[in-house]
Design a protein around this ligand. Structure first.
Ligand code: HEM
Length: 403
């Protein structure tokens, strides 16, 4: 019993049924063809999952059987195909990297070091925006955030060897040796260097982080009432003589709710990708070994049976006991779930809190050429909204560095 499929055309399959925004196109088809459907894009076949029950079966009950990922593009053109941790097949290499991430890179003092780097970079961002504000200049917030995120990732990867000179960083990247072809000969350093040179990981991490902050600022500019509540909360906890810090966050539930709501409404990765390692049955349908699966988390996180007025930006839904979310883990998946879930989730959220908090604490925001920040829908293609420019004016309201 195979999942149903919309009528296909020869050669192109279902491409003609899709608009440029893939998550919403798949959602429209799923409403007609059901929570599990087969889609063919040219020669490539996929199963698209659109309900929490099937997602739970894949990500929890049969997690190991679906623990590999397929490459989103043609693999022949993937330069770092063999070294990518983000896309690595489930196996010894992935397990080794995962362990390294969880026990060394994203644990204990390293995690604290990353959080400190995040805080230093936020200070740099605020200082740069204060200068813009003083000069009465507009800024492209996306460009500023890109700069900060790149520099954060380089500092995390290179530690003390990182320099403040951008051209030197480019040089460092060029000279890192990368000639170990044979998997058996790789040592820890080779693998770490590969991870560092992993274009997928770097692009993805940079893109996700920037997309989330950019969406947060757009929604906050367009919802002055929510902006005001958030600022009042920050003022009441942090006071008015210093910049917000990561350690303030536990006392800032509204800030946490804003970040959660941003990731619900605008997940930087609207799809999770899985590749089945063996034949299985999901939600009553047969899924063959080798099937490529897209889980449409964009749709799950806008399910009207789970969220009241799902299209609206309402951080309140994540406050208090959060009854809306009880037992609904598989309706909230901005960081994925299971073995392949995002190991950087807590670091990412803590960077998100610090940056959004500081931007709200220090500035009023005006959008160039008009009242509202344009909130284009999901962004085109497979990925979430890419980092398009966000031109706006920061108006200094509080300068934590004033003597
Ligand atoms: C707002 C920021 C971020 C978002 C929304 C995000 C989201 C995601 C998502 C959805 C996945 C796929 C999960 C799945 O398939 O179940 C993922 C994987 C991953 N993320 Fe993140 N991420 C973010 C930031 C970070 C950061 C800061 C790091 C590292 C420091 C990180 C490291 C990774 C890695 C290594 C994987 C691949 C894990 C694997 O395949 O086993 N992410 N992320």
């Amino acid at each position: 019993k195979c999942p149903p499929s919309p009528p296909a055309l020869p050669i192109i399959g279902h491409i003609h049924l899709l608009k440029s925004e893939l998550p919403t196109s798949f959602a429209t088809l799923a409403r007609k063809y059901g929570p599990l459907m087969q889609i063919r894009l040219g020669a490539a076949k996929f199963v698209v999952v659109s309900d929490a029950k099937s997602a739970q079966e894949i990500l929890r009950t049969f997690d190991t059987d679906f623990a590999s990922k397929f490459q989103p593009g043609p693999t022949n053109y993937h330069i770092y195909e063999d070294s990518s941790f983000v896309n690595a097949p489930y196996g010894a290499y992935w397990r080794f990297m995962k362990k390294l991430f969880m026990t060394k890179l994203l644990a204990g003092s390293q995690l604290q070091r990353f959080t400190n780097i995040g805080e230093q970079e936020t200070i740099k961002l605020i200082k740069s925006l204060l200068n813009r504000s003083k000069a009465g200049e507009p800024c492209d917030l996306t460009a500023e955030l890109t700069e900060v995120t790149h520099s954060t990732i380089y500092k995390m990867a290179m530690g003390r060897r990182y320099s403040n000179n951008p051209s030197q960083n480019a040089e460092i990247r060029k000279i890192i040796p990368y000639n170990c072809e044979n998997d058996d000969e790789k040592d820890v350093i080779d693998i770490l260097l590969e991870t560092y040179k992993d274009a997928d990981a770097e692009v993805k991490l940079t893109r996700d982080q920037i997309a989330a902050i950019r969406w947060a600022m757009k929604e906050l500019i367009n919802h002055p009432n929510i902006f005001k509540i958030l600022r009042e909360e920050i003022d009441s906890v942090v006071g008015n003589n210093r910049l917000i810090k990561e350690s303030d966050v536990p006392k800032l539930p509204y800030l946490q709710a804003v970040a959660k709501e941003i990731l619900r409404l605008h997940p930087p990765s609207p799809f999770l990708r899985r590749l089945s390692n063996k034949d299985s049955k999901i939600n009553g349908f047969d899924i063959q070994k080798g099937t490529r699966v897209f889980i449409n988390v964009y749709m799950l996180m806008r399910d009207p049976n789970c969220y009241k007025e799902p299209e609206k930006f309402m951080p309140e839904r994540f406050l208090g006991n959060c009854t809306e979310m009880k037992g609904r883990d598989f309706h909230y998946l901005p960081f994925g779930s299971g073995r392949r879930g995002c190991p950087g989730a807590s670091l990412a959220t803590s960077l998100l809190h610090a940056t959004i908090g500081a931007l709200v604490q220090c500035f009023d925001w005006k959008v160039k050429d008009g009242e509202k920040a344009d909130t284009e829908a999901t962004g085109t293609g497979y990925a979430g909204a890419f980092a398009s420019p966000l031109p706006c004016y920061p108006i200094t309201r509080f300068d934590p560095f004033q003597e």
